[in-house]
Ligand binder design. Structure first.
Ligand code: ATR
Length: 279
């Protein structure tokens, strides 16, 4: 019997998850199938029910359904609870379990593949939407000394800091960043969690935010460095990365949750990077 999995989203045609999970399955000898599931924008619930009725074992969830998936799950991990959204569903005999592997995927990419320690670090996150919220708890659990969440709409950054309920998290607007650093605060890691990349722009961070950064990390990925990465390089940050490694690591964590075996991520990452460059 082949166990069935899928990624559900709208749109979903661009998703790399089927090839990633296909490679994980081949590597670990797991007999699974993994497909793309395009759900109508108003039809997430019905599509999931249909997939389950056909014997589906689990789903990855992508835009715009991560919040609805959160509602759908009957039991959730702590990190999913903190994120308020989830990207992994597991269909048990009795209950639907939900997890969010995005944050741990990013932390593993940064500390493992990129070899940048987060323990004791000062982190700046640009953006306070779902992407930022999804990574906050795993960054704190990785030992961050301080996480500043800066956002165009300051109130959303303040709200996120309040939700995090941890004295290490500070919310502010972009303008306040210069004043903060005048007090001697430097950022070891700068993360772009805004959606500015979609419009080929960079978040309006003050230039000196990158001054001491050991890494500028964009959560989105592409064939070329994003505007945010380009800006960081221009301002003297020698270590920049997009979020392709995060994509592979979050998938590996979902695979582990479903199959109980952790696949090797590096060969899958390298192959994806190569195919992106050729695209
Ligand atoms: P996601 O789930 O990708 O986080 P989202 O919840 O819509 O998407 O959040 C988008 C984030 O990008 C927000 O922090 C948004 O800032 P606002 O809260 O002020 O809207 C940020 N963002 C989008 N376009 C931006 C821009 N041009 N400049 C700065 N920030 C931007």
């Amino acid at each position: 019997m082949t166990d069935r999995y899928a990624v559900i989203g709208n749109p979903v045609a661009h998703s790399r998850s089927p090839e990633i999970h296909g490679q994980f399955a081949a590597q670990t000898g797991q007999r699974i199938s993994y497909e793309r599931l395009l759900a109508p924008l108003d039809g997430f619930w019905a599509s999931v029910e249909h997939f389950r009725a056909q014997g589906g074992c689990g789903l990855n969830v992508t835009v715009p359904f991560k919040l609805q998936a959160f509602e759908y799950a009957q039991r959730r991990s702590e990190r999913a609870q903190a994120a308020g959204a989830l990207n992994t569903l597991v269909f048990g005999d009795e209950q639907v379990y939900g997890d969010n592997t995005d944050g741990v995927g990013m932390v593993r990419d940064i500390t493992g593949r990129l070899q940048v320690p987060l323990d004791g670090s000062s982190i700046l996150i640009a953006g306070a939407g779902g992407a930022a919220r999804g990574v906050l708890l795993p960054l704190l659990q990785a030992g961050a000394r301080c996480v500043v969440v800066a956002n165009r709409t300051e109130s959303k950054a303040l709200e996120l800091a309040q939700i995090a309920d941890d004295s290490r998290v500070i919310g502010c607007g972009f303008e306040a960043l210069t004043a903060n650093r005048a007090a001697g605060d430097e950022f070891d890691v700068v993360i772009n969690a805004t959606s500015t990349g979609l419009s080929d722009a960079a978040p309006p961070l003050p230039d000196d935010c990158y001054r001491a950064a050991r890494l500028a990390y964009d959560m989105v990925y592409g064939a070329r460095p994003t505007r945010f990465m380009q800006r960081a390089i221009e301002l003297g940050c020698s270590n920049v990365s997009d979020g392709l490694g995060m994509l592979v690591e979050q998938a590996a964590e979902s695979f582990r949750i479903w199959r109980g075996v952790m696949p090797e991520t590096e060969p899958v990452y390298l192959r994806l990077r190569e195919s992106l460059a050729l695209a």
